[in-house]
Design a protein around this ligand. Structure first.
Ligand code: GLV
Ligand code: MN
Ligand code: MN
Ligand code: MN
Length: 404
């Protein structure tokens, strides 16, 4: 390993490998503005300082590290440091450490940029704490309103406004950040692949072509709480049973529509006692498809099936949309230009959401994917080999060299 690399990306991943480990779930739980994520932010600031970058935190809690004078028309690269509960080591951090290393490599080669350049670390990409994914980029672009954001509540009842204060932000200043957007001439996010595309192609790196439309809905199934021993089976209105049938309906609806995906990965049983028939159950649905129309059609089918399943169990259900992201098609001209600059790497679609997808509606955006040999993500099994991580950072360095 070269001196540079020893002090670069692989070392960076190594340095944060102990932060935010989740002993109960496995993997990492790094949630926005909580201890582990704050530790990673401090690590990033220190690391960026070491290569002479100037730090700014914007009104929405996204961190910028500038190489040279800030914007306009800057080439910006980065990702996020937060994770899903029990997530992998690469989703997010790989893009951040690769950005640091790509700039360090250019500096070591004596390269002088002719346009501004920055690393951007987004806040709450996963939505694991406040429920809405890509929160930092949605706030920046105005895709999420500040009033709605301020009122979001985490699992401990802390509002986003309160959490922002504790993180040193002024919640009154949250919201659309035109100044920040005007600084971005182009955004590139390097990310571990979250599927099997590169495994199947036998290649280490790709550019992104598109992102599925996706949304999140909260289903509240209401029944009648009662005693587990004293209530005859025929006398029950058990929302847990209704919710279980609703989950099967979700699976049936998505399985019947090729290419669509629907998941219930989180539930809250109220009150949640072994000897208590629940009074209500909240379940969160994540549904995705290639087009907005197909995703909406899938949701329509799911809600019809869920209504039926819930009514059969004497319960009722209320469905609330918590977030929505239309399908994204990355600028084909930029994608092809990047692919060619990297020697003709393939272009791949993804089912995962990204800040680059949110930014794509406002500024030219692109993504690089690095092969994940397990094909698994949002899990401790997510992986990228050292060689592929190096191929990723070399690709990013090459792009920055041509753009700067
Ligand atoms: C975020 O990674 C998502 O796709 O939900
Ligand atoms: Mn993710
Ligand atoms: Mn990610
Ligand atoms: Mn994501």
């Amino acid at each position: 390993m070269s001196e540079l690399l020893a002090d670069g990306m692989l070392a960076g991943l190594d340095e944060i490998a102990g932060t935010g480990r989740d002993a109960r779930r496995g993997g990492y739980s790094r949630h926005v503005w909580q201890a582990a994520e704050l530790e990673l932010r401090a690590w990033f600031v220190e690391r960026a300082g070491r290569i002479g970058l100037d730090i700014e935190t914007d009104r929405n809690g996204n961190i910028w590290a500038w190489w040279g004078t800030p914007g306009p028309d800057a080439v910006v690269t980065g990702s996020h440091l937060d994770s899903v509960p029990g997530g992998g080591a690469y989703d997010g951090p790989l893009g951040v450490v690769s950005a640091l290393d790509a700039i360090a490599r250019l500096q070591a080669a004596g390269f002088t940029p002719s346009r501004p350049c920055a690393i951007l670390v987004f806040a709450e990409e996963e939505g694991s704490r406040f429920g809405i994914a890509c929160l930092g980029s949605r706030l920046m672009t105005g895709a999420l309103g500040a009033d709605r954001a301020r009122a979001l509540v985490d699992a401990d009842g802390v509002t986003l406004a309160e959490a922002a204060v504790r993180a040193g932000l002024d919640p009154a200043h949250l919201g659309t950040d035109r100044e920040a957007l005007e600084r971005i001439g182009l955004f590139v996010e390097l990310h571990v692949e979250q599927g099997r595309g590169l495994i199947e192609l036998g290649q280490p790196v790709a550019v992104a072509s598109s992102i599925l439309a996706h949304g999140r809905w909260r289903l509240t199934v209401t029944g009648r709480g009662n005693h587990a021993g004293a209530t005859l089976m025929a006398d029950r209105r058990d929302p847990m049973v209704a919710a279980a049938r609703a989950v099967l309906a979700v699976q049936d609806a998505a399985s019947a529509r090729p290419g669509t995906r629907a998941t219930v990965g989180r539930m809250n049983i109220v009150p949640g006692g072994t000897n208590v028939i629940a009074s209500s159950v909240q379940a969160w649905l994540d549904a995705r498809a290639e087009t907005d129309e197909e995703t909406r059609a899938l949701l329509g089918e799911i809600t019809a099936l869920v209504d039926e399943a819930v009514a059969e169990n004497g319960c009722s259900v209320a469905v609330v949309e918590e977030s929505w992201a239309g399908s994204v098609h990355f600028d084909p001209e930029l994608r092809d230009r990047f692919s060619a600059a990297l020697g003709g790497v393939p272009a791949l679609p993804t089912g995962a959401g990204h800040d680059a997808g949110v930014l794509a509606a406002s500024v030219p955006s692109a993504m690089l994917f690095v092969r994940n040999p397990t094909g698994i993500s949002h899990s401790p099994e997510e992986f990228a080999t050292a060689d592929d991580c190096v191929a990723g950072v070399e690709a990013l360095e090459k792009l920055l060299r041509t753009l700067l």
